[in-house]
Write a protein that binds this ligand. Structure first.
Ligand code: GRF
Length: 203
């Protein structure tokens, strides 16, 4: 039985695409059963449609509160019987209620080496800070933004003459490897969380 995934997006969807591509291999231990977008115009929805994956648009502006919106999303995820929720460029802060409901079943990808550079405008701040290395992180989600046990990270160099776009592209290429790799580890049951640290067991 493959692990069922719900993927939440707001925009471009290149990380969703990397998960779709990984799932197209018959040995990959997870399958995407639902894509939710809070934006009707999210280009990433096309990747899901082309792959024949169910999509739902839930406009957050139509809900009286963050928690009401999160409860509507949660109900759709439950209906899909997904066992893992993957945030992939989902540009809404989630309520503590949602983070608790999907505790240890909710993961995110962030374009920095967390805990460094939480939040937005990451690559701009990386450039300004003068660090020589950056990267990406896949982590379990906790109620505090961009925090939670780290599953996998990949590093890339910050090079002389770099621009935000150049760093973003270099990091994104690693994101597209890390997200499927993290999902695979979870789907194979090879992760334990002890004292809020991820422990990976051997093959
Ligand atoms: C990625 O850089 C991801 O790390 C961040 O938002 C961006 C989403 O890109 N959370 P895409 O929509 O997956 O192409």
């Amino acid at each position: 039985m493959k692990l069922k995934l719900a993927v939440l997006i707001s925009g471009r969807g290149s990380n969703l695409k990397s998960l779709i591509d990984a799932s197209s291999h018959k040995d990959f231990p997870a399958e995407i059963v639902l894509v939710i977008s809070n934006k009707q115009t999210a280009p990433g929805l096309d990747f899901a449609k082309k792959a024949g994956i169910a999509t739902i648009i839930l406009d957050h502006k139509k809900y009286p509160s963050r928690e009401e919106f999160d409860k509507a999303m949660s109900a759709e995820i439950e209906k899909s019987s997904a066992g893992l929720v993957c945030l992939a460029g989902f540009m809404r802060l989630l309520s503590p209620w949602f983070a608790e409901r999907w505790h240890n079943k909710l993961i995110n990808i962030h374009p920095s080496l967390l805990p460094a550079f939480k939040g937005i405008d990451v690559h701009k701040r990386v450039l300004e800070s003068g660090v020589k290395t950056t990267g990406c992180t896949v982590h379990f989600v906790r109620p505090e933004m961009d925090s939670g046990p780290i599953i996998i990270q990949a590093e890339v160099p910050v090079l002389p003459g770099d621009t935000e776009d150049k760093i973003a592209a270099r990091v994104l290429a690693e994101e597209h490897k890390c997200y499927p790799a993290a999902v695979k580890l979870i789907a194979e049951g090879r992760l334990k969380i002890k004292n809020e640290q991820v422990v990976i067991t051997a093959d």
